[in-house]
Design a protein around this ligand. Structure first.
Ligand SMILES: Cc1cc2nc3c(=O)[nH]c(=O)nc-3n(C[C@H](O)[C@H](O)[C@H](O)COP(=O)(O)OP(=O)(O)OC[C@H]3O[C@@H](n4cnc5c(N)ncnc54)[C@H](O)[C@@H]3O)c2cc1C
Length: 371
């Protein structure tokens, strides 16, 4: 597609998945409308660490110079605190850290620069599906017709197959802290019923994100400072800059779209426990992969069906070990004594990290060129 007959794709949601998909399709001559309900820049509950496995694909849309200009930090080491002990690893390849307010705004600007029409703020209320056409209804009463719909809204609730349910019993929280700069270090802390990540981002701030059991959040009366003080004894509320934000924790296997002209990417397609900074990488990878596949397809039902099968197969390969691996590590991180007992397994940290990246299919050469 994309040549002569240019189909019109509507993408719901301008997070990393929607923005890179819009960029990829617009670059290949597609008519793309990207609809985003939040005025950008917007805050998102996220640890703001982009896995080394996504470095190439991120730098494919945002060159290193643009990332550095925005204040993004190169992350090269990870430190794990569990059961009163700390251990440091060198990452097998450098990663990035940048606030989602800045990162998502930069990605959206790249999509617009490539020719995607951006409607924001524009909240999708409802989607009507006919055999060959799709109609989106917006909160302000406007409608938009499209031939292809791509769900990148973080849940997929407008796809006939329905929304991905969040992980039961877990809450995600995030704030920015005024900590001494951590340099190129990502810190992960194991705590009873929770895990916490901190990393330096732009503006001299550090991002603090945590996943905690709901019972702990309730016991702290929903107060992030109180919760963090129980999980991280050194934490001082005076470090906090700005408010705490809370969200559910998306988690689930790949969900097949419920209509032949419907596609799902990012958290609207599948989500793993956010213990290894996986989500942005998966969002970028899936958005770019779908864009490349669609742009090569013919505007026929058979060709679109092939794209649906190809993206499903790619997801299954990518998540086969990773979903289970992230689940297991998240469960261990919420049991610091068990994490402490497992220290000997991490006897050679660099090798463990390489094995983890290999076993989870996160080739460190996941470059845009290879797709
Ligand atoms: C506590 C926590 C920590 C995390 N830490 C990390 C981390 O350090 N690194 C990492 O890689 N991942 C992390 N993640 C996961 C990561 O945040 C997500 O995987 C990632 O944001 C998914 O990107 P996306 O583009 O699919 O969706 P999103 O980023 O959720 O974007 C969806 C967009 O759709 C828009 N939208 C929703 N509904 C509508 C509508 N009706 N109309 C129009 N627009 C709509 C939203 O406003 C939003 O901008 C973390 C998650 C949690 C909960």
């Amino acid at each position: 597609m994309g040549h002569g007959l240019t189909p019109h794709a509507a993408i719901i949601g301008a997070g990393p998945a929607g923005a890179i998909c819009a960029w990829t399709l617009a670059q290949r001559g597609w008519r793309v409308t990207l609809l985003e309900r939040a005025p950008f820049p917007r805050v998102k509950v996220c640890g703001e660490f982009v896995t080394p496995a996504a470095t190439d694909i991120l730098e494919g849309i945002l060159p290193e110079a643009a990332l550095l200009d925005a204040g993004a930090r190169r992350i090269r080491r990870v430190e794990l605190f569990a059961a009163g002990r700390a251990r440091q690893w060198q990452m097998p390849a450098p990663a990035w850290a940048l606030s989602r307010a800045s990162l998502d705004t930069l990605l959206l600007a790249q999509a617009a620069r490539a020719g995607a029409s951006v409607l924001s703020p524009a909240s999708v209320r409802d989607v009507e599906y006919a055999q060959d056409a799709i109609t989106l209804r917006l909160a302000d009463g406007a409608t938009l017709a499209a031939e292809i719909i791509i769900h990148a809204d973080g849940s997929g609730r407008f796809d006939p197959a329905g929304a991905l349910a969040p992980a039961p019993g877990l809450v995600g929280m995030k704030c920015h802290l005024n900590l001494p700069p951590q340099g190129d270090l990502l810190t992960m802390r194991a705590a009873p019923g929770a895990y916490i990540g901190t990393v330096s981002v732009e503006g001299g701030l550090s991002t603090c994100a945590l996943v905690a059991r709901k019972s702990l959040v309730h016991a702290a009366g929903g107060d992030g400072d109180q919760l963090l003080a129980t999980l991280w004894p050194d934490f001082r509320p005076a470090w906090r800059q700005g408010d705490w934000k809370a969200s559910s924790v998306p988690r689930g296997p790949y969900r097949t779209p419920g209509h032949p002209r419907s596609f799902r990417i990012g958290n609207a397609a599948a989500a793993v426990d956010p213990v290894g900074g996986e989500g942005i990488g998966l969002a970028l990878w899936s958005g770019h992969t779908l864009g490349v596949l669609l742009a090569k397809a013919e505007p026929t039902a058979a060709s679109l069906a092939c794209v649906q099968l190809a993206i499903a197969a790619a997801y299954h390969r990518r998540l086969r070990v990773r979903r289970l691996g992230c689940r297991l590590i998240a469960e261990i991180m919420m049991r610091p004594r068990l994490a402490g007992l497992l220290w000997p397994v991490a006897a050679s940290p660099e090798i463990s990290l390489r094995v983890w990246y290999g076993a989870t299919g996160k080739s460190l050469a996941t470059s845009a060129k290879q797709l």
